[in-house]
Design a protein around this ligand. Sequence first.
Ligand code: FEJ
Length: 388
Amino acid sequence: ARFGEFGGQYVPEALHACLRQLERGFEDATADPAFWEEFKSLYSYIGRPSSFHKADRLTEYCGGGQIWLKREDLNHTGSHKINNALAQVLIAKRLGKKKIIAETGAGQHGVATATACAKFGLECTVFMGAEDTRRQALNVFRMRILGAKVIPVTNGTQTLRDATSEAFRYWVSNLESTHYVVGSAIGPHPYPTLVRTFQSVIGNETKKQFAALNGGKLPNTIVACVGGGSNSTGMFSPFEHDTSVRLVGVEAGGDGIETEHHSATLTVGRPGVLHGVKTYVLQDSDGQVHDTHSVSAGLDYPGVGPELAAWKASGRADFMAATDAEALEGFKLLSQLEGIIPALESSHAVYGAVQIAKTMKKDEHLIINISGRGDKDVQSVAEILPKL
Ligand SMILES: Cc1ncc(COP(=O)(O)O)c(/C=N/[C@H](C(=O)O)[C@@H](O)C(C)C)c1O
């Protein structure tokens, strides 16, 4: 499946058969009412539908549009990652796979996959950049307590990009027994479509919840952070054809997009191929992929999902970058105005939303997707913001 000029399967021949098997498994599952019943039977385990409510003090602070929060941070394991991990483990079981691998950066996807494997009795191995195992140590302990093996990846920048490459390398020589639960809307077809499909539970719930509280109306603007693109495409896709709804993705601006230290792929990258898919990539003129930086491990990635690349090309979604300092501002604002400590990834969306809400009229409405909670980050934030 292609998203305009983006998408595809730029992978070695060895992977084609396995991707075709996964595509068939995905199509069979999503066409099978029993699959959806089994997925829906997990809602009480996940905590779905996730809560949706006004942010009164954040709204007052901005003095412009009405701000609403979609609370994916309240899901079991603390982020939206559980939606995709559980669905992919159900598919892996239908395909008769006994072993699961995953990549992780922030560790949320790793924890979600380890959780799904504990629940369904599958063996779980998670690849994680050695740098990320340090800055998200809490999640490494959680994965191991849940029974997963965590493999620190020491090549490259020792972050998400290297973990993803290592996971693909391992998968190619273990195709028969193993399913690779990709954690974001990245990778070769069918992954971007598959992950977005399972994450669209977020946008579908949000559309109903907002309408129920606002006389059947649509919101004016929706804001989500962008790492690989799963929480954003999951929130945005049910609104894709409601063109009155502005969709804004907030990327990691790191030390500033004018520096070499950021992960603002859609804001300053350009079309290229990474991890088996044609999308936007942060790369030099020879196509060498840049090293990236972000205060949040979950956004620290030089690629992005092909569907977001297509929405950028078509203008259906806007993209902006929030620097590390701005994300920390968002982290503080939501904590001290709403009593919600967001993940550093989600803090980028909070900052972006605050800037936009200030320019909106009081009878307009903006929704922020709070993709995860900040427990995993409080240690590193305490070190960065000692005067907190
Ligand atoms: C709380 C939270 N919010 C947003 C993101 C960004 O991932 P997307 O939603 O796929 O853009 C993340 C990404 N986390 C992944 C992880 O936990 O491993 C990420 O590092 C990779 C799977 C892409 C996250 O943890």
